[in-house]
Design a protein around this ligand. Structure first.
Ligand code: SIN
Ligand code: CO
Length: 406
């Protein structure tokens, strides 16, 4: 007998100083100090429900999502899916027809589904356990399902990853090797010289944390082996600076006085005509100081906007029967407005950025407070915004970025 595990959502106020089974009895605070970005950690029974259930009776916990359901998800356009076959190595991008995915009794294949937190409550709940790590670092929850022998080959990630064993067993081999050269002959990023240093077989409910650049190889030992990976992105400093600078450059569009042409009535006759004029440098420098373009606080809004952009595959659906703005305000006083699962929301002080836009700009104090609550809790309950005509909250509700809980 088996029944699907139903992961609970994390409590609103995470007890980050208390011991957690998820980290083998240490607190998130200690985990961050001792392991995060530093060294791997294997946790047996990270989800105690799996062990408890098998000890208490004849039931075993199964993954919250079945093979059949995962196969259906792999057919969706708005979900990034990949199929990897390992003998020989082959790689395909989804969406996949049902018949393109091997049966569970076949070996040497794995199906990878990205961003599952947007598609299944169980995945969203598991992700909520990790909200002691800044949202800006979060990438997504990926689910892999495999036949015996299935895996993606020895590789390394530039990401921190929590690999949660959710069904069947997987053998993990890891190495702190510095040779991270890839095999150029293969269609996948596979290490050409993997030398395993540690090996463990993970059972359902176990978890392995890996910091970036630890070489690893996970091979499914059972048909239908499922691993749920919570991944944390770390963009390069170049990416952050470029994205921030582009947005900063764009924001200059909104300053009409910058359309004024450069003029130099005081330019003296020169014998160094090839040199950039001193007057031009002086005027530009004055503008940089005036607009504070050389200061971090001027630069951060663009970076926050960038990091709040949703995944490329995200599709937002406007409500089929949208409320008018008056009915929206009324419903807000009684109902629960939530971020849609594909929505990304980040705060910079009291400014809030949702799906790439600053949504607190030119809003009333009550709307700004509502956005701050949404950013912190991902939901807003019984809010009274006063008697306003329109707000960014209403606009974003019409766009499908925020939805009422039914
Ligand atoms: C997998 O789940 O098969 C791969 C996850 C990983 O190695 O990052
Ligand atoms: Co990996």
């Amino acid at each position: 007998m088996s029944k699907p595990y139903q992961p609970p959502p994390a409590p609103k106020n995470l007890p980050i100083n208390a011991p957690w089974a998820l980290f083998g009895g240490i607190s998130p605070k200690r985990f961050m100090q001792e392991y995060w970005q530093k060294k791997p950690l294997l946790i047996r029974g990270a989800i105690p429900a799996f062990t408890l259930e098998s000890q208490n009776g004849s039931t075993n916990l199964a993954s919250p999502i079945s093979y059949e359901e995962l196969v259906e998800f792999a057919n969706q356009e708005n979900l990034e899916s990949r199929l990897i076959q390992s003998d020989p190595w082959r790689f395909q991008h989804g969406p996949f027809q049902k018949k393109a995915i091997p049966n569970l009794n076949k070996s040497n294949w794995t199906l990878l589904l990205q961003g599952m937190e947007a598609h299944h409550l169980a995945a969203a709940n598991i992700l909520s356990w990790f909200r002691f790590i800044p949202d800006a670092r979060l990438d997504d929850l990926m689910i892999s399902i495999a036949g015996i022998g299935g895996g993606v080959g020895p590789h390394f990630d530039s990401y921190d990853v929590f690999l949660i064993q959710m069904s069947g067993r997987r053998e993990w081999r890891i190495s702190e090797q510095t040779d991270l050269s890839l095999n150029p002959a293969l269609p996948l990023k596979i290490l050409q010289n993997f030398q395993s240093e540690f090996e463990w077989i993970l059972e359902p409910g176990d978890m392995l944390y890996l910091p970036p650049h630890i070489a690893h190889d996970g091979i499914a030992l059972d048909a239908g082996c499922q691993t749920w990976s919570v991944g944390f992105r770390s963009p390069s400093l170049k990416e952050l600076l470029q994205e921030g600078l582009w947005r900063l450059a764009e924001s200059l569009e909104n300053i009409p006085e910058l359309d004024k042409k450069f003029s130099d009535p005081k330019q003296p006759a020169t014998l160094q005509a090839e040199q950039l004029p001193k007057e031009l440098i002086k005027q530009l420098n004055a503008q940089l100081q005036k607009l504070k373009l050389n200061q971090i606080n001027t630069f951060l809004p663009g970076v926050t906007a960038y990091l709040s952009e949703p995944k490329q595959q995200a599709i937002f659906e406007s409500p089929s029967k949208p409320l008018n703005s008056k009915a929206f305000l009324k419903k807000l006083t009684q109902g629960k407005l939530k971020t849609s699962p594909q929505t990304r929301i980040l705060s910079l002080g009291k400014k809030v950025y949702c799906n790439g836009d600053e949504v607190t700009k030119n809003q009333t104090a009550k709307v700004i407070a509502a956005w701050n609550a949404l950013s912190a809790n991902k939901c807003l309950e019984n809010a009274n915004l006063g008697n306003i005509q329109d707000s960014s909250l209403y606009e974003v509700y019409l766009a499908g970025w925020l939805v009422f809980e039914v």
